[in-house]
Design a protein around this ligand. Structure first.
Ligand code: SME
Length: 160
């Protein structure tokens, strides 16, 4: 397995996702350890898009607990239904938030975070974890991010 990620230099966001998703799939396919795989997924997304913050919160004892991430330090625990991550968990649906200040109950781990997308990952029809991606720009995520991040989380879900 190669540890190099090929990121096309001039490409659209869709093309970048299309280039990196099969590489991430191959990177995690031979590795059974969940935390190793979550770490590499967070790193690959950070390396490809330079997201302000990207990482995982895992469901543990009825809370979301911080897992592997890339970016500034973050809140460690989030309650069911709280903030964007807790809402993605309670609703079992991706949350696309163009302006975090307009989202009721948003948890500001960093004052620099302006927009956010959170994608749930399912195991046995239950949310097992969420992927959280934050930007320091308003309105930085759209349906393209949702499409490909949900696809990537589907690949991850098939391995857990
Ligand atoms: N803003 C998130 C909390 C997690 S941090 O952004 C890393 C929320 O409202 O759930």
């Amino acid at each position: 397995m190669s540890e190099n990620l090929y990121i096309p230099e001039t490409s659209t966001k869709s093309e970048t996702y299309q280039a990196i998703i099969p590489q991430i799939e191959s990177l995690i396919s031979g590795e059974p350890d969940l935390y190793a795989n979550l770490s590499n997924i967070a790193a690959a997304l950070k390396q490809s898009f330079n997201f302000f913050w990207v990482g995982f919160y895992l469901v543990k004892e009825n809370q979301l607990v911080l897992g592997p991430f890339q970016g500034p330090i973050a809140c460690t625990r989030i309650s069911y239904g709280a903030g964007v991550c807790g809402t993605a968990w309670s609703e079992g649906k991706t949350q696309l938030v163009p302006d975090v200040d307009a989202f009721p109950g948003h948890i500001a781990c960093s004052a620099a975070s302006k927009s956010e997308i959170v994608v749930p990952v399912f195991k046995d029809s239950q949310v097992a974890m969420v992927l959280d991606v934050d930007s320091d720009q308003l309105n930085d995520f759209d349906e393209t991010d949702q499409l490909y991040l949900e696809r990537l989380m589907g690949i991850l879900a098939s391995k857990i």
